[in-house]
Structures are given as C-alpha cells and as structure tokens.
Design a protein around this ligand. Structure first.
Ligand code: PMP
Length: 301
C-alpha cells in the first residue's frame, strides 16, 4: 500500500501516526469546521470556493485560523502533491484545538489544521445509471438560528441521525425538511428537481449548506440555457417532479428515482440529470487549481 501523508499544522505525518489530543474540542464537542474537496485528474475542483466557505464558517464560530487563505490554498495543493494522487478526496479540518474538559473555547489557544488526502470512495457506476431510492426522515434540519446549516461545522450529529434513519430504512440517502416543512437537503448533499424543463433548488434561507456542487450545477444550468429557480418546495413537489437529483462533492450529480415509495416519473435517471452530470464531469477537471505541473511545465513553489 502506498504511503499517505497527513498535513498537521505545517508538518507531514504518516497516516497511521496522525493523531489528535483527546482534549481537542473538535473531539470533545464537535467544535471546529471542515471541508470535503475533490481532485480530478490533478485539478483541485473549485478549491478557492471551498476555502471561502471554510473561512466564513470559521468567522461565524469565531475560530481564528492561523493561516491566511492563500497560505491554506498552498498547503492544500502541496498536500495533494506530497501524496501524488491525481484523483483524490481531501478532508480539510480545523478544530478549536486542545482545551480543558469544560465548554469554554477561550481555553483552546491552538487550533489544529489537518489535511488528509486519500483515495476517493466512488459510488458504483451502477448507482449513477439506476438512480437512488431515498426517503424523507422525521429528523428536521437544524434551524438557522440555532446551528446554521450554512456553517460546515464538525457537529454533524443532525446529519448522522438522518443517516441512521436512512440505514434503518435500507436506503442510501434521506431528505431532511426544515422546521416549516420545506425540503432542505440530504444528509450530505443538496437537492434539485426538474419540472416542465425548469430546474429548482431550495434557496439559502430554507436552511441548507451552500454546496459547491450546487453552485456548479446552477452555473452549468445557466451556461446550457436551463432556467434555474431557487424556490422553496415541499415533499409533494418532489413526488410529482419530472426528475430529482442530489449534488455533492462525494455524490457528484446523482439521480433519485424513488422518494418515500413514490416513483419519480418513469423511475429512471432523466435527460436533464444525465446531461448535467456529463457537463459536470467535464467541468471538474478544468475549474480549480492544478496541483501538478502540466507536461512541459515545472511546479510553482
Ligand atoms: N449538504 C450537506 C449537509 C453536506 O454535508 C454536503 C457535503 N459537503 C453538501 C450539502 C454538498 O456540498 P458540496 O457540494 O460543497 O460538497
């Protein structure tokens, strides 16, 4: 097996030896933030957008990241190079760091920056061809005035409860509604539907993560002349949609063919979903930051 190096506060540590303190508030309380980023043929897809979201999350929870955004960008790119992976999943974590057993974050003076670069766990190709069966779960999305879902925090318990409910129902993903009953998002992805040629996704105020893939799909819709509307919708709208799909760094663009036992249209991935996935897979190799020099170039240090 190839050696994997984890970036930990400016040093590289072997994957097997990379550990954090049991007093880290990320471990004790989920006090920290993270990003999941993907590398496609050496291109770190929309890295800057991921970092902007990370720094906004940090600002919101009053966590001072000891690197500025340019230094962080360089660290991520270097970690990819160091691991020599042209196709990879990056997990970037910034925790509040070591404190005492109390909640008080002012006791944590040393935020921990961790960058893990590893092989991507792909959904089997079959899942993209057949589409997913999903359910809506009773667990609601966190309300924005408690823990705002736009903060990509280490506190994923809301999402994990949803995943448990999905597992118990024997499906691969599940939808959360917000407190008002509008569809918010999946446990780890954003949702879109297509009705009469128009593409819909819930607006920010419904309460969901501002997904990087979600924005890429909105951009692709605009480029390919699909009308895209950010409007709240209900479960009923999902059931009667012509197409439904989920977006995320891990999921990419994945069709949903059954929701709560209702077959979506004729039960197969629809043409708009398939077209957007095809265009997305072209975009991901060019839109971002190239970690490896192209042939004939040398790496910028
Ligand atoms: N919603 C949630 C709750 C997520 O965890 C993710 C994955 N990061 C997404 C949506 C999709 O976001 P992105 O496209 O940035 O991966």
């Amino acid at each position: 097996m190839e050696e994997r190096w984890v970036y930990m506060n400016g040093r590289y540590v072997k994957k097997e030896e990379a550990t954090v303190s049991i007093f880290d508030h990320g471990f004790l309380y989920g006090d920290g933030i993270f990003e999941g980023i993907r590398v496609y043929d050496g291109n770190v897809f929309r890295l800057r957008d991921h970092l902007v979201r990370l720094y906004e999350s940090a600002h919101s929870i009053m966590l001072d990241i000891p690197l500025d955004i340019d230094e962080m960008e360089q660290a991520v790119v270097e970690a990819v190079r160091k691991n020599e992976l042209r196709d990879a999943y990056i997990r970037l974590v910034v925790s509040r760091g070591k404190g005492d057993l109390g909640l008080d974050p002012s006791k944590c003076s040393n935020p921990q920056i961790i960058i893990i670069v590893d092989q991507v766990r792909l959904f089997p190709q079959e899942t993209y061809e057949r589409g997913l069966k999903i359910i809506t779960v009773p667990t609601r999305r966190n309300v924005p005035d408690a823990l705002n879902p736009k903060i990509k925090s280490l506190n994923y318990l809301n999402n994990i409860l949803v995943k448990i409910e999905a597992n118990q129902a024997g499906v691969g993903e599940a939808l959360m509604l917000n407190a008002d009953g509008y569809v918010a998002e999946g446990s780890g992805d954003n949702i879109f539907l297509v009705k009469k040629g128009i593409v819909y996704t819930p607006p920010g105020y419904v309460g969901a993560l501002d997904g990087i893939t979600r924005q890429a799909i909105i951009d692709l819709c605009q480029r390919h002349n699909y009308t895209v509307k950010e409007e709240p919708f209900t479960r009923h709208d999902v059931y009667v949609a012509d197409e439904v799909f989920l977006t995320g760094t891990a999921a990419e663009v994945i069709a949903v063919v059954n929701v709560d036992g209702r077959t979506i249209a004729d039960g197969v991935p629809g043409p708009v979903t398939r077209h957007l996935l095809q265009e997305f897979r072209k975009l991901v190799t060019v839109d971002g930051i190239q970690a490896f020099p192209k042939k004939g170039e040398t790496a910028k240090e």
